[in-house]
Design a protein around this ligand. Structure first.
Ligand SMILES: NC(=O)c1ccc[n+]([C@@H]2O[C@H](COP(=O)([O-])OP(=O)(O)OC[C@H]3O[C@@H](n4cnc5c(N)ncnc54)[C@H](OP(=O)(O)O)[C@@H]3O)[C@@H](O)[C@H]2O)c1
Length: 246
């Protein structure tokens, strides 16, 4: 049994989906985990919660900074705005684009800005970014989402180079699709999710990264499959999950 007892973690976007899978795994291993999101996570007596809306940057900046002053050993960013629906670039309104950047990219920036000083003090603390295959393959029919995820990936890659030796930065991404509320909002009611992974498939990698503070994986992106096994993106190319628009 591993123990993260005494460790303090923050998961931005940890109320549902992959972030929730990571928050649950860290809490199950004994860590004190604060989830940041707009809505309170359900069935979550083992998690603390801070209401943060990344679309309200002034408030989000203040709340994230407040949380970080209590010390942070590891932080994860999993918040996402996928967009209302998949659509060609020509059919996407500017407001949709701005909202994707606001949550997926500026939200990540705000989180990093708040937690980096604490992660440096944790010597080294761990930052886990939840990435996507679209950052490697592009995403026709979801260009704004793909652009925001690619920018987030390179932001974290750049940070990993800058902070080498001070903090550890690791990105994780699903090998296929994961059954999450965010994905369900964009599927028909009768959609068959049997081939989709579960958020809990991220438990193993998240726990190992937290226990080792990402030792041996700094700067890497890890592709995680439905069984919870993972490989470096250098050994396993992420496969495009983009579907044709109907
Ligand atoms: N699911 C997949 O198949 C898949 C595939 C590739 C990559 N990913 C990546 O996995 C990550 C998580 O995706 P998911 O499918 O697990 O999503 P999800 O179930 O929709 O969870 C998204 C999280 O972000 C939070 N969030 C959304 N907007 C927010 C805002 N304005 N302020 C604060 N928090 C906000 C949500 O909480 P509230 O709604 O309570 O605010 C929730 O906790 C994303 O980075 C995504 O790119 C997922």
């Amino acid at each position: 049994m591993v123990s993260l007892s005494g460790r303090r973690m923050i998961v931005v976007g940890g109320s549902t989906g992959i972030g929730r899978g990571i928050a649950d795994a860290w809490a199950d291993a004994g860590a004190d985990v604060v989830v940041c999101s707009r809505r309170q996570p359900t069935d979550a007596a083992h998690l603390s919660w801070e209401r943060i809306d990344l679309s309200e940057p002034e408030h989000a900046r203040e709340r994230l900074a407040g949380l970080a002053t209590n010390g942070v050993d590891a932080a994860c960013f999993s918040a996402v705005y996928y967009g209302e629906e998949r659509a060609y670039f020509r059919d996407v309104a500017e407001g949709e684009w701005r909202r994707q950047l606001e949550v997926n990219l500026t939200g990540l920036w705000l989180t990093l800005h708040a937690v980096l000083p604490s992660l440096r003090k944790a010597g080294p603390g761990l930052f886990v970014g939840v990435s996507s295959e679209v950052a490697f393959n592009a995403g026709p029919g979801r260009s704004g989402y793909a652009a925001s995820k690619a920018a987030a990936k390179v932001l974290l890659d750049s940070l990993a180079q800058e902070e080498d030796g001070r903090i550890r930065v690791v990105q994780v991404l699903p090998a296929g699709m994961v059954d999450t509320p965010g994905i369900r909002r964009r599927r028909p009611a009768d959609f068959d999710y049997s081939s989709y992974a579960r958020p809990a498939s991220f438990a193993q990698v998240a726990t190992e990264l937290a226990v080792t503070a990402g030792d041996g994986h700094h700067g890497d992106s890890l592709v995680v499959d439905a069984n919870g096994d993972w490989d470096s993106v250098n050994d396993r190319s992420p496969v495009s999950q983009s579907r044709a628009l109907t």
